[in-house]
Design a protein around this ligand. Structure first.
Ligand code: EPZ
Length: 418
C-alpha cells in the first residue's frame, strides 16, 4: 500500500501553480451531459475524483478524453440514466449527476446514500427540491428510482440550508426544464458561479449564480462550451498552511484571492504576511505563528469548513491557544486523533476544537481519515521533528493533484513509499 513519508523541518520556499477546483470540475463534468455537442474543460486537475467522474460519464455513454489538464466530453451518444452503484459509492459527490441525468432524460436511477434520507451526508434537500420540480422518487432495494413523467417543471424552491450540492442539482435539473425555476437561499460558493458560467456559455439562461437567489429559465437545447475551471481555493489554503507552518515563503500562481478572503484574514491574524498581486498570492511566515483566538466555519463567503483541518494543523505549534468552531459537518474532526499522534494538543468538545500550541511536534505513523484531514497530516508532518509516515493516502489523492511533487518543488523532504 503506497504511503507518504515526510522528514519535517524544511522551510518551504518557491512558487506553485494552483490546480483547478475539484468542487467545480465535478458539477461541470456532470453538466457536459446536458450539452448536445462536445465540451472541453481546461485547468482540470489530475485527481481521483475526476477519474471517477469520467468513469460515470463513460458508463452513461459519453466519449471522454483527458489530455494533460484538459478534459473533453462528447455526450452525443449518451444512452444511460442509471449511475453505476459502485461509482456512486466511490464518490459521495456523484449525487450531482442525479440532476444532470434527470435534466437530460427525465429519469434517473442512483444508489440511495444509505440509511434514511437524513443519514450521514444526507440528500434530503436535493430530493425535496426535485420532488417540487415534478420528479417522483421511490426507493427500492437501496436504489432511488427518479422520474419526471411530465418533464421537469419550473417552480420556486426555498432551501432550508444553502446546500452546495442541492443548489447544483436544482440548476442541472432545471436548465432544460419547462419555465422558470427560482432558488431562494441558494449556496453562494464560487463553484456555483463557475457552473452557471459554463452552462450559460452553452446557451443556458441562468441569472444570479453565486448569489442567494438563482433564476433558471429553461431552454430547449444546449450546444457546448470550452471552459477553464476556476482555481481550487481549498488547495490554495492547503499550500499556504504548509508554507506558514514551516516559517516559509511561497507564491501561488493562478489563484483567485477574492475566493478566499476569509482564509487570508486568518493567515494575517496568525502573523503571516500575505500579499495579493492580481492572480498571485504570496505568503511569508515568521518562525513561530501567533494563535488565532476563534475561527468559525460558515457557508460562503464565511470561513470554509474544508480549510478547517489545514488551519487546525497549522495552529498546533502557534504561540498560545486557538479555538475552531465547525458549523457545517458533524464529523469534521475525525482527523484530530491522528494529529495527536504527532504530539498536537487538541481537545474537541462537540463542534469545538481547542488547539493549545506546543513548541514541537514529533514525527509518527498516522493514517488519513478523509480528504482534508489527510492534507492536515501532511501540514503537521512538514513541521514535525523526525519522520512522519502517512497511510490510507487514497483519501488525499481524491482532491490533490500531485501534492508530493508540488511540495518537493518548494523544498519539502517528502516521498511516496510502499
Ligand atoms: C460540498 O459538499 C463540497 N463538495 C464539500 O467539499 C464542502 O465541504 C461542502 O460543499 C460545504 O462547502 C463538493 O462540492 C463536491 P452541502 P456538499 O450540501 O454539497 C447538510 C471537500 O472536502 N445537508 O453544502 O455535500 C450536510 O450534511 C468536500 O472537497 C443536509 O442536511 O455540502 C452538511 O452538514 C467535503 N441535507 C451541510 O448540509 C442535504 O440534502 C452542508 O452540505 C444536503 C446537505
Amino acid at each position: 500500500m503506497k504511503k507518504i513519508i515526510i522528514k519535517g523541518g524544511k522551510r518551504l520556499e518557491g512558487e506553485i501553480d494552483l490546480q483547478g477546483a475539484k468542487n467545480s470540475v465535478l458539477p461541470i463534468s456532470a453538466a457536459t451531459l446536458l450539452c448536445s455537442k462536445k465540451s472541453t474543460l481546461h485547468n482540470c486537475p489530475n485527481i481521483a475524483d475526476v477519474d471517477t467522474s469520467v468513469r460515470i460519464l463513460t458508463a452513461l455513454g459519453c466519449d471522454c478524453k483527458r489530455e494533460n489538464k484538459s478534459l473533453t466530453v462528447d455526450p452525443s451518444n449518451v444512452n444511460g440514466y442509471e449511475i453505476p452503484d459502485n461509482l456512486m459509492r466511490e464518490m459521495r459527490s456523484s449525487v450531482v449527476f442525479l440532476g444532470a441525468v434527470l435534466g437530460k432524460f427525465g429519469k434517473a436511477v442512483i444508489s440511495s446514500p444509505g440509511g434514511c434520507e437524513l443519514g450521514p451526508r444526507p440528500i434530503d434537500l436535493h430530493l425535496s427540491a426535485l420532488r417540487k420540480m415534478g420528479v417522483t422518487i421511490t426507493e427500492e432495494h437501496g436504489l432511488l428510482y427518479c422520474e419526471a413523467k411530465e418533464g421537469i417543471k419550473g417552480t420556486e424552491i426555498a432551501l432550508g440550508f444553502p446546500s452546495v450540492g442541492a443548489t447544483e442539482n436544482i440548476i442541472l435539473a432545471a436548465v432544460l426544464g419547462q419555465g422558470l425555476t427560482v432558488i431562494h437561499n441558494a449556496a453562494k460558493e464560487p463553484e456555483i458561479s463557475d457552473l452557471a458560467d459554463f452552462l450559460n456559455s452553452a446557451g443556458a439562461r441562468i441569472y444570479g449564480g453565486g448569489s442567494d437567489t438563482v433564476y433558471i429559465h429553461g431552454v430547449k437545447k444546449l450546444t457546448s462550451s470550452e471552459h477553464s475551471i476556476i482555481p481550487d481555493r481549498i488547495v490554495a489554503a492547503t499550500y499556504m498552511s504548509c508554507a506558514a507552518v514551516t516559517g516559509g515563503s511561497i507564491t501561488l500562481n493562478g489563484a483567485m484571492p477574492s475566493h478566499i478572503t476569509s482564509v487570508l484574514s486568518v493567515f494575517a491574524d496568525s502573523d503571516c504576511d500575505v500579499t495579493v498581486r492580481g492572480k498571485s498570492l504570496r505568503i511569508n511566515a515568521k518562525k513561530r505563528l501567533s494563535r488565532v483566538p476563534t475561527i468559525r466555519s460558515l457557508v460562503y463567503p464565511g470561513f470554509p469548513t474544508d480549510a478547517g483541518p489545514l488551519i487546525i494543523a497549522m495552529l498546533c505549534k502557534a504561540k498560545g491557544t486557538s479555538v475552531f468552531v465547525e458549523n457545517i459537518f458533524e464529523n469534521r474532526f475525525s482527523f484530530v486523533d491522528e494529529l495527536k499522534r504527532l504530539g498536537a494538543k487538541i481537545e474537541t468538545q462537540g463542534k469545538t476544537a481547542i488547539i493549545e500550541g506546543v513548541e514541537n511536534l514529533s514525527g509518527a505513523s498516522c493514517k488519513c481519515t478523509d480528504l482534508r484531514g489527510g492534507a492536515a497530516l501532511i501540514t503537521a508532518g512538514l513541521c514535525a521533528k523526525g519522520e512522519t509516515v502517512i497511510d490510507q493516502i487514497h483519501h488525499i489523492e481524491r482532491g490533490y493533484d500531485d501534492i508530493v511533487g508540488t511540495l518537493k518543488l518548494v523544498g519539502a523532504d517528502i516521498e511516496y513509499t510502499e
